[in-house]
Write a protein that binds this ligand. Sequence first.
Ligand SMILES: [Zn+2]
Length: 359
Amino acid sequence: MPLHVRGRGLPDGEPVEWWIVDGRLSAEPVTGAETVFGADGDGGWILPGLVDAHCHVGLGQHGPIEMDEAVAQAETERGAGALLLRDAGSPTDTRSFDDRADLPRLIRAGRHLARPKRYQRGFAIELEDQWQLPDVVAAQARWGDGWVKLVGDWIDRDIGDLAPLWPDDVLKAAIEAAHANGARVTAHVFSEDALPGLIKAGIDCIEHGTGLTDDTVDLMVEHGTALVPTLINIENFPDIASAASKYPRYERHMRALHQSCAARIGAAREAGVPIYAGTDAGSAVAHGRIGDEVDALKGIGMTPTEALGAACWDARQWLGRPGLAHGASADLVCYADDPRSGAAVLGAPTLVILRGAVY
Ligand SMILES: [Zn+2]
């Protein structure tokens, strides 16, 4: 049966009304539609499905997971209203999820790409020779859904601190290879040192970015690089530091990055770096917490509307996926209360509609 929803949209707060037929949105009235939201005319809010721009479906604390657990991760995201997920690297093949109408849409960045022993064990493809990177990036670009994920820095146990994984010329060739295969590139970066080489090589996005400085913020603005800080995962830095007492320099560095994070990410926002909401769910963070990340973005100076846009309409535009538009897939979330009021509201939609089905 065709459905009908009525409420207010954002960011403008104007009244909106949609009909849903055969899984798609219609701006034109459809006869015989059942009003499933807004029937009493009291208002309420209707948004495109939320976006988690950095999470991992198919990744657990120790790497790959069983398929039923990966399904449960995706279902948890759906329950929280996150219907479009940029998967920032997963060692489990979730390609079969594309055939399941009940699961959120995935934009995969393939596998994490790292050097041996330079990322969490079991997560990444580890390249023996750094110059394999351009070819491996090209292969991941062809396999993925428009993104490739590099590990930009990680602890180097020989020096006992965070350090870049790749020299600048390798990065330049690798990012060119991704772009030539139609994919954008992003990288995990905690520290200061890996950022200039990545940004100057033309990377499209930085994940975490806790090591940003005035100079690298300027570089990001100049190159149009986006940032997904995953603020609720950075809350884990003190625990990561405590577990690494064998490496005192690294331990101090992680604590310092945690301390300066809000100021540095706030400075990036102020300078005009586009920032999107990502939870990093999948290993250290539980799924279904997009509302918490939006609240955390308010903590670095975003207005409530801007922070929600970073997990909704702005993120969709950045990822090249439609919001609410005539003919688009009916992927939307409805709220009785203002979704900008906090995670308790945002993460618990009154109604989730995915491909026209109500959850
Ligand atoms: Zn991640």
